[in-house]
Design a protein around this ligand. Structure first.
Ligand code: BGC
Length: 803
């Protein structure tokens, strides 16, 4: 494909058509010029390939494929190599299915444990998320299939995700919310990147020139194409001008018409359009060139899914060595998750698994003796006394009771957030009651995000399998019986209470704007700064063996801010079984002019050790490992002075500590000092902290953008919910409800698919309705609805009747 020639030859009509999708999943084909169409599909923990109509919420059926563990799970492996292998396997499946780009990975930072989509994201820490994303992207792309890193950026809540404006101060943005994207883009060059639904600091991500041009392309050197999140385009012209290349899905002519009009009026230049056209053509050419016949090995992929699930489970508690179990023990299995596992979340990432292992199925196959009690119902979360009584009777007769419990499907979904950190009452009650009749209780937890465990003291063992993917049950049995030694560590902190999380008061509280008042203090950065006790710290996880740490060595005790530092230490397996340890390195400072977290993860390595074996682990820290983002110079800067290097087994277990003094080469850089203007950020350990709007305003450093609420009339960004003040709005919503009820096949309002579809529809801006309905709602219907709601009845009727 000679791209320059093509751009010269294409008509305006062809150009405006090419920068929008053809349907849900394909780019536009232009046979006259031999421009083929390529297909993109979700991701990220498998391939969700649908037919042309399809949907962006995982409602319709998709081709069976391997359901690997979602990102929240695989992150606990802390193993970019495993993520690479997963990426390769997904790439192979995409290749076989003729899919050129897989929409993943998702690297949004877990600002709050409540975000409904946290199961699709890696971590609260950008270094960990960035390294894992890099592995995944390189794996997919090694096969000749593109990755699409998403959702760029600060898309940290599901509620009102299509309208909400994330107000994030520049330091938090650079150090926390952009850093994983930056790392993965610089290191792995994903073919594509997906700007998110939300606004960031006043501009929709798809219209955010600062984000898409200045930062992404100019600073980071991104060479690929940007693809909007599905239905995220607000104004196609502003988007193209800002650096968006491809709008997805099809806008059914709406955007093309607007782009053509704007080309005529001069609001859009041909030059800007050509940039996007060129990048779409480059993407199509790349995708097309790599297409080839391929057959993947489904058994091997299932095996890989099992390995990843096993490497990612986290042993949270193991009193008296209750685990591993032995085949001689009489085991009582409790909990319906043993029959119907929870292995992924709901929404656009939902894979139709090629097969699904279950605990009971596997035990049957092995002809292993066991008893089983359902324990709770799946359809709702209320306590069922009868089922609990049955479970207690059987558990009392067993040597050990293994309870499969956790979050049921309606807790974790795209489209809405959780309301609390609790498990279903039926699960909590079951565990407490079984623990009264059997002293050896092991809980196998399934949940893609932090939960509270009120019964923790009553049980001996907790194995957290997160969401294990289609082979999760096999992996669980491997771990329970010691065939595999648990080695996963938490990629996020578990607070004792939701209120302990600094963002909890400033999360998901208004439709229009969300102030990220906690700034850089996300996850362990806050708990450590506040010296708060946690249920389980970031980086925590046990093993069936023990490890000891020693002989920390730094390549220097004093160096320049432009130098790299090599850090070595020794790790020994002191137990009597082989196992893997995830060695973590944190960098921190005791006193500083800027506010900062006491320590930040800057390196990690997973090492496999035979009993008695010692290995030397080496890390190389670059100047960036010590840097903060300086808003005055709009660049990274290393503050001169003394830094602590801590190495150990978790963010709260760091036996090795050494200091390094860093001297400045780069003189005369003012280090921002907010000690008098926003002192709260320096004293987070003084009791229960509230961050006032004034404090946040100081570090935000400019006026807050205007909120949408100010607009007097209904407009494209009004939602069906907004229109409820009009009779027509109420009628439309009632009709939509009936239609969606049928479409989802829901039978009760607690069905996660229903909650997601219904919430997304109510909160969707009207401008997205044409695209999101796959063109079944024509543009003039939506315009008529708006006109009617604004009292322009005649115009509305004209639109409805004449189009
Ligand atoms: C999600 C994206 C997904 C897209 C296509 C959107 O709703 O936010 O992550 O890739 O749909 O299904």
């Amino acid at each position: 494909m000679n791209i320059n020639r093509l751009v010269e030859t294409m008509t305006r009509e062809e150009k405006v058509a090419l920068v929008s999708g053809y349907d849900q999943w394909h780019t536009v084909e232009i046979p006259r010029l031999g421009i083929p169409s390529i297909m993109v599909s979700d991701g990220p923990h498998g391939l969700r390939k649908q037919g042309a109509e399809g949907d962006h919420l995982g409602i319709g059926i998709s081709t069976p494929s391997t359901c690997f563990p979602p990102a929240a799970t695989s992150a606990n492996s802390w193993d970019p190599g495993l993520l690479y292998a997963m990426g390769q396997a997904i790439g192979e499946e995409a290749l076989q299915e003729g899919v050129s780009v897989v929409l993943g990975p998702g690297v949004n930072i877990k600002r709050s444990p409540l975000c409904g989509r946290n199961f699709e994201y890696f971590s609260e820490d950008p270094w960990l998320a960035g390294e894992l994303a890099k592995g995944w992207i390189e794996g997919v792309q090694s096969i000749g299939v593109g990755a699409c890193i998403k959702h760029f950026a600060a898309n940290s809540q599901e509620r009102w995700r299509m309208l909400n404006d994330s107000l994030v101060d520049e330091r938090a943005l650079r150090e926390i919310y952009l850093a994983a994207f930056e790392h993965a883009v610089r290191e792995a060059q994903p073919w594509t990147l997906m700007p998110a639904y939300n606004k960031l600091n006043g501009a929709y991500c798809c219209e955010n020139q600062e984000l898409l041009e200045s930062i992404l392309r100019t600073e980071w050197g991104f060479e690929g194409a940007t693809i909007s999140d599905w239905g995220a385009v607000n104004d196609p012209t502003l988007s193209i001008k800002a650096g968006l290349d491809l709008e997805m899905p099809a806008s059914y002519g709406v955007s093309a018409q607007q782009l053509e009009e704007d080309l005529v009026s001069g609001r859009l230049t041909e030059h800007a359009l050509n940039k996007a056209v060129r990048r779409v053509l480059e993407l199509v050419a790349k995708g097309q060139a790599q297409k080839r016949e391929f057959r993947y090995d489904a058994d091997a992929h299932h095996g890989l899914a099992r390995k990843i699930a096993a490497e990612s489970a986290v042993l949270l508690k193991n009193t008296d060595g209750v685990l591993p179990l032995s085949k001689e023990q009489k085991v009582c299995i409790v909990g319906q998750f043993a029959e119907h596992p929870r292995y992924q979340g709901t929404g656009s990432s939902q894979i139709n698994p090629s097969r699904l292992d279950t605990i009971l199925g596997l035990l049957e196959k092995e002809k292993a003796p066991y008893t089983y009690a359902k324990g709770y119902e799946l359809e709702h979360d209320e306590i069922n006394e009868e089922l609990i009584a049955d479970a207690c009777t059987l558990a009392a007769e067993a040597d050990v009771a293994v309870i499969f419990a956790g979050l049921t499907a309606r807790f974790e979904s795209e489209g809405y957030d959780r309301a609390h950190l609790g498990l279903p009452p039926s699960h909590n009650e079951l565990i407490s009651r079984v623990a009264q009749v059997n002293r050896n209780v092991v809980v196998v937890l399934s949940a893609g995000a932090p939960v509270t465990l009120p019964w923790l003291d009553q049980v001996k063992g907790v194995l957290h399998t997160y969401l294990g993917g289609q082979a999760g049950a096999s992996a669980t049995l491997d771990l329970l019986y010691g065939k595999v030694n648990p080695s996963g560590k938490l990629a996020e902190s578990y607070p004792l209470r939701l209120e302990d999380c600094l963002s909890s008061e400033y999360f998901s509280y208004s439709r229009d704007q969300t102030e990220y008042r906690e700034s850089i203090f996300v996850g362990y950065r806050y708990y450590d700064a506040a010296r708060k006790e946690v249920l389980f710290p970031f980086g925590y996880g046990l093993s069936y063996t023990q490890f000891s740490y020693g002989e920390l060595e730094l390549s220097a005790t004093e160096q320049l801010d432009s130098d790299s530092l090599t850090v070595r230490c020794k790790v020994t397996n002191t137990g009597d079984v082989a196992g893997a340890e995830i060695v973590q390195l944190y960098v921190g400072r005791d006193s500083s002019r800027i506010y900062r977290a006491p320590r930040e993860l800057k390196g990690f390595k997973k090492v496999y050790l035979e009993p008695g074996e010692t290995q030397t682990v080496e890390f190389v820290l670059t100047p960036r490992s010590f840097a903060y983002y300086n808003m005055e110079i709009r660049d990274w800067h290393v503050e001169p002075g003394e830094y602590q290097i801590s190495v150990g087994a978790s963010s709260r277990d760091l036996p090795l500590v050494a200091s390094i003094k860093i001297n400045a080469v780069q003189q005369d850089v003012e280090v921002p000092d907010y000690r008098s203007l926003a002192p709260v950020y320096y004293h987070l350990d003084r009791g229960d902290i509230k961050i006032s709007q004034e404090d946040f305003q100081t570090v935000y450093g400019r006026p807050f953008p205007k909120s949408h609420d100010a607009l007097p009339r209904f407009h494209g960004n009004s939602t069906l919910e907004d229109l409820q003040v009009t009779l027509l709005g109420r009628l439309v919503l009632r009709f939509a409800k009936r239609y969606l009820w049928k479409m989802t096949g829901a039978t009760d309002e607690d069905d996660p698919l229903w909650i997601m579809t219904w919430t997304s529809t109510r909160e969707m801006p009207l401008r997205s309705m044409v695209a999101m309905s796959g063109g079944t709602i024509p543009p003039h219907m939506v315009q008529g609805l708006l006109a009617w709601a604004n009292g322009e009845r005649l115009r509305a009727l004209k639109l409805w009747v004449f189009g």
